[in-house]
Design a protein around this ligand. Structure first.
Ligand code: DON
Length: 321
């Protein structure tokens, strides 16, 4: 039996262990998301040398939602550089919910690019007027990171646009404070479209592995992201990616990560692998219940925590040798 199948056994075991956990609720504040099948549960790992391990409904598509935020931040850094991007958004954890209507009172900027306010400020930077081109550029980049064609879920986009008044309030607050320009509709179209991109677990794990692999897709070998900004993105994911659960996540899982309200979680083991888990039932903080449990076990069983003493010689890495 090869060592890789040892990793497959661990992933399958974690899938079986949590597939019947039934806690949490599917998101309903975007009505279209309420149609998700709560039974679905998928896991995928992609290594930086392009090996793929799956379990469960890894092929099931869902919308990327907030997991678009680190990638949009990366694109803004590449387009505008660090100084100009950080004029619009900070890098401090907010300790608040993802949709909090709040700016940092000291700087009058959003706290960070992982909460909605910060992500909308980033969308304002990378949008175009009219917005179609900016949306297309985002989708194009995500396709190269995933290594396959992707599309926007038009029903989710329409549903979110119709009900997104809280995000509109955040955008107008930022317009009032001079954080974003007056093209508020285009900014929100960019943001809502980014959130409505359809992906499966393998797409997300491939995107995560591309970040782990210094910006190069580990299967297609295409250069996707400028590696000089990846450390910026991973740092903010580490401290802010799980919102008001970020401290607990860093303590128990110890990986840069991002969650989305459709039920996806993406994690990165720098220079080693990308992880994605999908299951739509969420806890009170908007994070996938099974996703969090699965990531905790993956980190423990494979020795992946950033400060794990056995990280360098972890079971996972040994199995790859
Ligand atoms: O802004 C929103 O409401 C969503 N489109 C994205 C939010 C999200 O995924 C929060 N993550 N847990």
């Amino acid at each position: 039996m090869s060592e890789l199948s040892h990793v497959e056994q661990i992933v399958e075991h974690i899938y079986q262990k949590y597939r019947n956990i039934d806690e949490g609720d599917v998101a309903t504040y975007i009505p279209e998301l309420a149609k998700a099948n709560p039974e679905h549960f998928g896991i995928c790992l992609v290594t930086v040398d392009g090996r793929i391990v799956h379990a469960g409904e890894w092929e099931q598509e869902f919308t990327i939602q907030s997991i678009c935020k680190p990638f949009a931040f990366q694109m803004a850094l590449e387009q505008f550089g660090r100084d100009d991007t950080l004029k619009r958004v900070g890098v401090e954890p907010s300790g608040e919910a993802f949709n909090s209507i709040e700016l940092d009172p000291k700087t009058m900027r959003p706290f960070n690019p992982m909460i909605n306010a910060g992500a909308i400020a980033i969308s304002s930077l990378i949008k175009t007027e009219p917005p179609e081109l900016g949306v297309q550029q985002f989708v194009a980049r995500m396709q190269v990171a995933a290594g396959r064609p992707l599309r926007i879920d038009q029903a989710v986009l329409a549903s979110e646009s119709l009900t997104g008044n809280r995000n509109r309030a955040i955008a107008y607050l930022m317009l009032n404070c001079g954080v974003i320009d007056g093209e508020v509709n285009s900014t929100l179209e960019q943001y809502f479209s980014q959130c409505s991109l359809l992906v499966n677990c393998q797409d997300l794990a491939m995107m995560a592995a591309t970040l782990a692999n210094m910006g190069t897709n580990p299967v297609t070998h295409e250069r996707v992201f400028d590696f000089q900004y990846i450390k910026d993105v991973l740092t903010v994911m580490f401290t802010c990616g799980l919102y008001d659960h970020a401290g607990e996540w860093a303590y128990r899982v110890g990986l840069p990560a991002k969650s989305g309200v459709a039920g996806g979680i993406l994690g990165i083991v720098n220079r080693q692998l990308g992880i994605a888990v999908y299951s739509p039932k969420l806890d009170a903080k908007g994070n996938s219940v099974r996703g969090i449990l699965a990531c905790r076990d993956l980190a423990n069983e494979l020795g992946l925590h950033a400060f794990e003493f056995t990280n360098i010689g972890s079971n996972f890495m040994q199995s790859m040798l």
